[in-house]
Design a protein around this ligand. Structure first.
Ligand SMILES: [Zn+2]
Length: 94
């Protein structure tokens, strides 16, 4: 995960797609959890890691059902990938 420019989500999707070439994957059973840790001196805290727009779109191209991410309060938020939407972008209907 040290590759700059690659987000955790896209990295995971890449890995999953590779795994799919080896065996059958049940995408709808996959639950992705994104955790971002902040390290300041010796203090480690969670930071907001809600998927960005690109990751959201990449996730929505898969059949992955659920996603969770850590938030600033140190807990997790989760929602269905299909309901994931960024507050900055208006929802587009196909
Ligand atoms: Zn991202």
């Amino acid at each position: 995960m040290n590759d700059p420019g690659i987000h955790a989500e896209s990295y995971v999707i890449k890995k999953l797609k590779y795994m799919e070439t080896k065996r059958k994957l049940k995408w709808e059973k996959i639950h992705i959890i994104v955790v971002r840790l902040n390290k300041r001196n010796e203090d480690i805290s969670f930071s907001m890691s809600k998927p960005c727009i690109q990751c959201k779109e990449a996730l929505q191209k898969t059949k992955i059902n659920l996603i969770s991410w850590s938030n600033d309060q140190g807990s997790f938020d989760s929602c269905k990938v299909c309901e994931l939407c960024s507050s900055h972008v208006s929802r587009k209907y196909r």
